[in-house]
Design a protein around this ligand. Sequence first.
Ligand SMILES: [Zn+2]
Length: 141
Amino acid sequence: MSQPPPTSAFAPTPDPLTPDRDITHAHFQAGDTVVVLKGVAGGELWGDAMRVVAPSWHALTDEDGWRLRDATGGAQSYVTAHPRYLVHLSRRCPDCLIYLRAMEDALLARFAGRDELIDCGWYTTTALGQLVHIADIGGGR
Ligand SMILES: [Zn+2]
């Protein structure tokens, strides 16, 4: 993860992997450091690093989620996310690395040669602090 470059762009892009990712709630635990991938910046994947705080219900998917703390989140320092949105940063984790590498393969070539921060537009945060992937809006599951 690198510091975001000063310029940014919004580039709606299909998420090739996250909606179908198979990862259990128990894969994560309180205290883990994770990242939610949001796009590409300077030739690397970019996202928000957060700390796992406690189990929490993810209302939009009606499944078990995790309460996360975003140290730079300001008014929305706490959000609840589905486990499939999360990638481990705090330990070398084969399951998360496979997902990370696959996301790199899918995205880095697509945005090759662009230095600005590119937000692929996959996530929104509801007024109730629920982080929601665009694929999970509308109750499709
Ligand atoms: Zn992991």
